[in-house]
Design a protein around this ligand. Structure first.
Ligand code: UDP
Ligand code: MG
Length: 220
């Protein structure tokens, strides 16, 4: 399901070319889940028949994440990775990955399979329809209690009431950006970034795809 977000600043122009897709995946202490995640990502990407690659960002992991990434890099030509000098946090890891991604389309997603790779084809369908920014919205998380969802709802209401930046409630950082929107996000001068807010703020033609989040596949 693809839902338009806000009014379109331009009409949708369908895209017919096969895109070069770059996935950006931050990883902090994800040694257990990374091989599973990469296997699932590869399967989905291979089925799409597009040129693709993945940039993992090792965000100062203290476990064997770096060794696992080096192993994936040695074994598979689709893999590259960045390794940050310490743990900077999820948002900074995403920013580093977005700075290095060179493709027609960049997709950010978590390493723990809570962002199901099976949703990627729908994100690309939205891009083919002409959307430049395709957000996702979590329907519910199998491991998130009702209390947590309630707290999130209150949080989104508070942000909505106090900020000029519009947020999509229950959005996560599982998102597709067309190269032009990626460039716009990269050029923003903000340092302490909240990527989901900026990605909504930059404009262009935006849509959202709902998905059901799985529990973490491994790790914590
Ligand atoms: N992550 C990161 N740096 C951090 C914490 C997390 O790069 O300091 C990564 C993590 O490996 C995962 C994503 O950010 O790919 C989301 O983290 P997590 O699953 O812990 O968060 P949640 O699912 O609770 O949003
Ligand atoms: Mg997670």
């Amino acid at each position: 399901m693809i839902e338009q977000v806000g009014a379109l600043p331009l009409p949708l122009e369908p895209r017919t070319q096969q895109p070069k897709v770059v996935l950006v995946v931050p990883a902090h202490n994800e040694q257990e889940v990374l091989p599973l995640a990469f296997a699932e990502i590869s399967e989905v990407m291979a089925s799409l028949g597009v040129e693709w690659s993945v940039i993992f960002v090792n965000d100062g992991s203290r476990d064997g994440t770096l060794a696992v990434l080096e192993d994936l890099f040695q074994r598979d030509e689709h893999v590259s990775y960045l390794s940050l000098s310490r743990n900077f946090g999820h948002q900074s890891a995403l920013a580093a990955g977005l700075d290095h991604a060179r493709g027609d389309v960049v997709i950010t997603m978590d390493a723990d399979l809570q962002h199901p790779p099976a949703v990627i084809p729908t994100l690309l369908d939205a891009w083919r329809q002409g959307y430049d920014v395709v957000h996702t919205r979590k329907l519910d998380t199998a491991d998130a209690g009702r209390m947590r969802r309630l707290v999130f709802n209150l949080g989104y209401r508070a942000i909505g009431a106090t900020s000029n930046v519009e947020f999509i409630a229950h959005a996560s950082d599982f998102r597709l950006l067309d190269a032009r929107a990626q460039q716009a996000v990269r050029e923003l001068p903000e340092r302490g970034r909240l990527y989901r807010g900026l990605a909504r703020w930059v404009g262009f033609r935006q849509a959202v795809v709902p998905f059901r989040a799985a529990p973490r596949a491994a790790g914590s």
